[in-house]
Design a protein around this ligand. Structure first.
Ligand code: RIB
Length: 320
């Protein structure tokens, strides 16, 4: 059997401190929560675990702190099936932490304190070159310094390795970076920031237009992830496609976008075209939002295939 080329995720690792309350507090407000849990998270680490849970080989390039969380986070990744030989420790630095509020509809708001993620530098990309050079695809996000992401993009480009950027948290991006991307996968907020538009302007009728607009700025393919509203694809063949979301009972939407990107990468590596890969990714995300937490919510390939079979029978996705 031919050896599968691994996926590499270059990105963040966080400990998620999660409080559930009736609603997300307004500025200046104190609310009594319903429960508190700690999960392993970080957009990069979540995407790596999503890939590993689907049974695909994945290596992580990241930094954790030398505090009590660092070893725990590294172990969590390893136990999740991720190759952690590229996860190093930043001295005298705290690990990344995310403070997450969840409301009763499963919606979240997140404050990320980068800690060690802020110390993942271009020289760490250089140290990982042997792993990067032999990869089938590279995934990254924006919870590490932009200079590192830009440098990674130039390396991926030089080695002709497809690069998928999840532009989260939202920020404007230089065109030099956009031109090096095989895939750009913004959510609604990130699309508005990248396109310089007010939130009210992005909706189901305008999303296709903004996906095309982003694609014209450089990325070969763009997928706008709109949660329960579905996803809009602008592919390199010039086609725009709308994919409706699966209807499920949402418990916690944290890391749904990460589940999507992990699923998308695996399906593309397995040879699916963009539309089918995005449908698979959307199923991975749908299953993930029915469970609490970031990394613990990632489904196995068998669970996704069971979900898709059920969805084929029930147009609502069968679970909600
Ligand atoms: O995308 C979800 C993730 O965002 C959480 O796990 C949290 O760590 C923040 O990085």
């Amino acid at each position: 059997m031919m050896r599968r080329k691994h996926i590499v995720v270059v990105g963040s690792v966080n400990l998620d401190l999660v409080g559930v309350a009736e609603r997300i507090p307004a500025p200046g407000e104190t609310l009594t929560g319903k429960n508190f849990q700690v999960f392993h998270g970080g957009k990069g680490a979540n995407q790596a675990v999503a890939v590993a849970k689907l049974g695909y080989p994945v290596c992580m390039v990241a930094k954790v702190g030398d505090d009590e969380f660092g070893e725990r986070l590294r172990r969590g990744l390893r136990d999740g099936g991720v190759n952690v030989s590229g996860v190093t420790t930043a001295k005298q630095t705290s690990s990344g932490v995310a403070l997450i509020s969840i409301d009763m509809a499963g919606q979240n708001s997140i404050i990320v304190v980068p800690g060690a993620n802020g110390k993942l530098l271009p020289r760490d990309v250089d140290n990982a070159k042997p792993t990067l050079r032999s990869a089938g695809m590279i995934l990254t996000q924006l919870e590490t310094p932009l200079e590192t992401v830009e440098y990674l993009a130039s390396v991926a480009n030089r080695y002709h390795i497809p690069l998928m950027l999840d532009p989260a948290p939202a920020r404007e991006l230089p065109s030099t970076l956009l031109r090096h991307l095989t895939l750009l996968t913004p959510n609604e907020t990130e699309t508005c920031v990248l396109c310089g538009i007010d939130a009210g302007k992005l909706n189901c009728s305008t999303a296709a237009e903004y996906a095309q607009e982003l694609r014209e700025r450089g990325p070969a393919n763009v997928i706008i992830k709109m949660g329960g509203h579905g996803a809009y694809l602008a592919g390199k063949d010039g086609r725009s496609i709308f994919l409706p979301a699966f209807k499920v009972r949402v418990v916690d939407s944290t890391a749904a976008g990460d589940a999507f990107n992990g699923g998308l990468a695996v399906a593309l590596m397995q040879g699916q075209d963009l539309e089918n890969a995005a449908r698979f990714a959307s199923a991975v995300a749908a299953v993930s939002v029915t469970r609490m937490g970031a990394q613990p919510s990632m489904p196995t390939a068998r669970q996704v295939s069971r979900f898709l079979k059920q969805a084929a029978v029930s147009p609502s996705g069968g679970t909600g």
